[in-house]
Ligand binder design. Sequence first.
Ligand code: S3P
Length: 171
Amino acid sequence: MRIVLVGYMGSGKSTIGKILAKSLKINFLDLDDYIENELENTISDIFKEKGEIFFRNKEHIFLKEVLNKKNNFILSTGGGTPCYSGNMETILKETEHVFYLKVSVAGLVERLCKEKNERPLIKNLPDEDLPEFIGKHLFERNHFYSQANYTVLCDGKSPEEISEEIEKLLV
Ligand code: S3P
């Protein structure tokens, strides 16, 4: 079985993916980690040194590489992965179960305020500008996220509860 998790930065894709992988006894893959390993550089530095277009190119190439593997896995994507280069179409074609982990703008603002620094797209934004930025960004990206096979509402739920909810949807 193959599962792909999509959703905005801070929606819990990696945390939930790991819990789910453990429970289902399937390999866990994180696309951001995969890119960092392949390029031997952090996402932050890739953005800083080479720019976003370079990153999106690599993200597209490595996504296809991961999806070409024959084994089962749970893949946690980057927040922008489904929104570029026809990636969402590829994900849907190559995967049985695609889940959108949906968190409200208010929920994302709360989570991302604390972890802005590792995230190049919001790193330099003052906290007070986050709600407007995330609101607009999510509106643009919703078109892609909402193509997932399932949408899981994540506000107010623990990663364990969300993982259980996903497992139930798989039956
Ligand atoms: C991005 C999200 C990040 C990472 C990169 C770009 C985005 O992943 O891929 O910083 O465009 O939303 P997470 O969603 O894991 O933070």
